[in-house]
Design a protein around this ligand. Sequence first.
Ligand code: ADP
Length: 414
Amino acid sequence: MHSKVDPAILDETRLKALRETRLLDSLNEEQFDRLTDLICKLLKVPVALVSLVDKDRQFFKSQQGLPEPWKSKRETPLSHSFCQHVVSRKKPLIISNAPGDPLVKNNLATTELNVTAYLGMPIKSPNHEIIGSICAINRIPHDWTKEEIDIMMTLAEFTITEIRLRHELRTKEKTEYKLRKANEDLKAFSYMASHDLRAPLSTVIGLIHILKDEQNNGVASDKAQNLIKRILMASKHMSQLISDSSKYINITNEPESISFEHISLKDPLEDAINNLDQVIKENNARISIPEELPLIRGIRSLMAELLQNLMANAIKYCREKPEVVVSTTETNGQISILIKDNGIGISENCNGSIFIPYKRLHSAKEFNGNGLGLAICKKIVQLHSGDISYQSSPGKGSTFIVKLPQPKNPVDNR
Ligand code: ADP
């Protein structure tokens, strides 16, 4: 009956916190049963409870020594509850002799369940609402000692910690589930983009080529030719954007799911230079690489992608004959790969934003690109447990520095 229940018991925030623990009407659990068992043994009492005080009942998450039918029901109405007073008064309740105590002498627990001495400590939810009580009960009068009170306080702390840990675990699982779901959605989108969007785009590019040839055969106006050229460029840009976006999304964040190998840095570096062959020739660029290159632990194709992106930028962001110098150093268990250019440099106030996906410091008119190259580099480096940074003086060139952990057992190269 609500009219007799203390307003603190009916407080909505408290009841919400209680429901959120998901302990109401849950099964018996060893962690809580061990606590009530311990109370009975340490305090030498016949009854111990972990009681959660709901709006019209107390539910026993754990109980020792209750008579039937309460033992099987695992709850009583509030008419039979001392624990409700721990909640409403927001503090421990210490009763030595219930029949002589004005607060509880008419409580049905005193008259029907023979509760005589009671020692109850508040149990709090993770957001500090008092949701119930952990208590020791004696059927004969008893003056609770300081030691007994201290033991109950400690056991209440254990109960609170157990409830908090469960809450944290649930929150973590929920966040992980959401992240996994978002990642799956992103991958599905990237799959759709790279297949379903690219196919019609390739058709468009093919058709524009045919149209261009047709125009070349006939008498096409300069304006028409210019328009065709621009459509072609925009389509190629879009196609590159789709493939780079899906490349970015598909580089995993989970090193555990990948088998790394010990490889010489020479291999991915040569792959990168071969892939850039045309760009190097077109720009008359000079690339110098050291004779000796260290062994690293990584994935060859991704390392090649990383070096290729950095060298391509070194060539692209340059207004004179590009000179790219690759060097390496090894110190303190760490390998540094330096890619130095003689390009335009990077403005001081960009604050490292160049590693953010789609972030560009230049317009497409100045330098072609989509702002994904360095974001891809960063993801690759992070997957290899490394770090990427740069040093630059505007107008004088930049040096990109990739730091990787030195491989531990190069002999286990499998
Ligand atoms: P994109 O080259 O497609 O724009 P990136 O992610 O590779 O994308 O680079 C992001 C931005 O960083 C570029 O727009 C450019 O402004 C700057 N940048 C990258 N590398 C260099 C470099 N070597 N020299 C000068 N600026 C660079």
